[in-house]
Ligand binder design. Structure first.
Ligand code: NAP
Length: 283
């Protein structure tokens, strides 16, 4: 598996397995199958409600801890953020059955972001997580956080896929040493992703599926991808993307699919901010 090197020297696999929207009752099986297929990077979150099941699958896999890269996320915390963030991390570690994480992400750019970040920096210094980062931060938020704190986030996990490519933002993050990680790499199939004619035609040239073309396109540009699937055959398909290379012309053709807009939600929309604030009670 290819890896990327984060700004603190930590190595992270470029392709992993995401578990959003996998019901807790199905997660242990899915993660066990994903690990058996060869995935070593796992991406969960306190808000997904399936950390315990991920932990059981990790335990029963028999894979040495140092060979896995486990990511989870902090949801928006109540004040005082230093205390509640520490407790939230302890809860996640207990649920996962781990003594440290590989990457802890602040899930949303809301609440007492700076208090939460300082607590994450402290957890990093204590060795409770090998890397820290953020998610869903737009450029203004990311730069302000970076400029005004000690540790530059190692990762920013954002919506990015062929229909919302964010190439300028990708460049800005690279300039500041922040690794881009894609969520919703398939846009959850929205907008006809899996039948898109451009992606399908390019795939045909290599005997690859649309899903494989998308993952190849992401990873070839240095983007960490974490496709989700509950089906073992798709888990294997989604890992099989390192035996072909897209040409410059094909990369350019895929860049024309960009609509420049989110297919999910805009974090600047007041209704979304209110909705996420209300969710903090369950996460
Ligand atoms: P996604 O990976 O873009 O798409 C998942 C969908 O694609 C599922 O419906 C899956 O169906 C289908 N699929 C998977 N492989 C396929 C294949 N080879 N061919 C055809 N269909 C395929 O969606 P996502 O789960 O939203 O995003 C990926 C991960 O990103 C999440 O699991 C989570 O870890 C993370 N995420 C983070 C945030 C955040 O705010 N930070 C938000 C969303 C997601 P089946 O399961 O039936 O195969």
């Amino acid at each position: 598996m290819q890896s990327v090197t984060l700004n603190n020297g930590v190595q992270m696999p470029i392709l992993g397995f995401g578990v959003y929207q996998i019901p807790a009752a199905d997660t242990e099986r899915a993660v066990s199958e994903a690990i058996a297929a060869g995935y070593r990077l796992l991406d969960t979150a306190a808000a997904y409600g399936n950390e315990e099941a991920v932990g059981r699958a990790i335990k029963s896999s028999g894979i040495p801890r140092e060979d896995l890269f486990v990511t989870t996320k902090l949801f928006v915390q109540d004040a005082p953020a230093e205390e509640t963030t520490k407790r939230a991390l302890e809860t996640s570690l207990n649920k996962l059955g781990l003594d440290h994480l590989d990457l802890y992400l602040m899930h949303q750019p809301f609440g007492d972001v700076y208090g939460q970040w300082r607590a994450m920096e402290a957890a990093h210094r204590e060795g409770l997580t090998r890397a820290i980062g953020v998610s869903n931060f737009y450029p203004d938020r990311l730069l302000d956080l970076t400029i005004n704190n000690e540790i530059t986030p190692q990762v920013n996990q954002i919506e990015t896929h062929p229909f919302f490519q964010r190439a300028d933002y990708h460049e800005l993050m690279a300039e500041h040493g922040v690794q881009i990680m894609s969520w919703g790499g398939f846009a959850e199939g929205k907008n006809g992703m899996f039948t898109n004619p451009v992606l399908a035609r390019i795939g045909k040239e290599y005997d690859k599926s649309v899903a494989q073309v998308v993952l190849r396109w992401l990873t070839q540009r240095g983007v960490v991808a974490i496709p989700k699937s509950v089906r073992a055959e798709r888990m294997a398909e989604n890992l099989d993307v390192f035996d072909f290379e897209l040409t410059d012309e094909q990369m350019a053709e895929i860049s024309t699919l960009d609509t420049g807009a989110s297919l999910f939600f805009d974090h600047h929309d007041p209704e979304i901010v209110k909705w996420l604030a209300a969710r903090r009670l369950d996460a």
